[in-house]
Design a protein around this ligand. Structure first.
Ligand SMILES: Nc1ncnc2c1ncn2[C@@H]1O[C@H](COP(=O)(O)OP(=O)(O)OP(=O)(O)O)[C@@H](O)[C@H]1O
Ligand SMILES: [Mg+2]
Length: 264
């Protein structure tokens, strides 16, 4: 499987911003963080970019519902990486899981059946090492965070250390409640809340823009509901490419978001 930088990425250095970096996708429960992370990865790998996608969720591991088990290669686990005495690039590579239909995509996540107690607990230092090592594994790193800033060490550290943070929310009162509860935890300047890229997820066609803005504050991006994504989710095929014409508006907004946070 392909790891690391590609030649043309070096060439781009000459002309301004180098595309890439580490992006944390964080926000309220069920607002579309995992969908958005996977589909940003799909866009980038579709352009031949190497992506490392890290799924933080240890309560509901993503692999068992992302695709059929026969489409995955590799037996590694994010839990195993974080439980190690020291995390380096080699350990991350050894624990990557691959989707057989996409040679540019490497993934780290919790395995089917695992939970927080399957491996020894980890701390801030291990996550910092993981995110540093991830930079060497792929030029584009996406961390699909959980909603638990206070309970998930990986999510909290990704918010602190990533180059960009996508703050996603649904357009409902539950999301408002989530933000009013959790944003005060990020009030210290070190969290750089003002730098968050605000995204409304899974926006239904009948949700008036004014309502959403009233609830969320002006969201810079609005990812529309996509029937094809809904179908992929139900069929356990989220890692598959989107191909319906109707998914164009969804894909376009994912592209705009990816350009904003990754420059690609
Ligand atoms: N743009 C979209 N179009 C259609 N369905 C969507 C979209 N975004 C999210 N969904 C659906 O919403 C549900 C939650 O999505 P997802 O798992 O990505 O949310 P999440 O924020 O990662 O949730 P959690 O907080 O549990 O990690 C799924 O059923 C998913 O298919
Ligand atoms: Mg999720």
């Amino acid at each position: 499987m392909a790891f690391g930088k590609r030649k043309w990425e070096k060439d781009e250095k000459a002309g301004g911003r180098i595309p890439g970096g580490t992006v944390a996708v964080w926000g309220s429960g069920d607002c579309g963080k995992t969908v958005t992370s996977i589909k940003m990865a799909e866009r980038l790998t579709g352009m031949g970019r190497n992506v490392l996608l890290i799924f933080a969720d240890a309560e509901t591991p993503v692999f068992p519902y992302g695709c059929p088990p026969s489409d995955l290669m590799g037996e590694g686990s994010l839990g195993r990486v974080l439980a190690a005495p020291h995390v380096d690039e080699q350990l991350v590579k050894e624990n990557c899981v691959f989707y057989k239909k996409n040679k540019y995509l490497s993934m780290l996540g919790w395995r089917k059946g695992e939970n927080r107690f399957t491996h020894p607990a980890f701390n801030d230092a291990r996550v910092a090492e993981l995110l540093k090592a991830a930079e060497g594994v792929a030029p584009f790193v996406i961390v699909d965070c959980t909603s638990g800033i206070a309970t998930d060490v990986l999510t909290a550290n990704a918010l602190l250390l990533a180059d960009s943070v996508i703050r996603m929310t649904g357009c409902d009162l539950k999301s408002v409640s989530y933000l009013s509860s959790q944003l005060p935890l990020l009030s210290d300047a070190k969290w750089n809340m003002a730098g968050h890229v605000k995204v409304a997820g899974n926006v239904m066609p009948n949700e008036a823009q004014g309502n959403a803005d009233g609830i969320l504050g002006k969201a810079a991006f609005r990812i529309p509901h996509s029937l094809e994504v809904e179908k992929q989710f139900l069929e356990g095929e989220l890692f598959s490419e989107l191909c319906y014409k109707e998914s164009r508006s969804f894909r376009n907004e994912i592209a705009r978001l990816s350009e904003e946070v990754f420059g690609a």
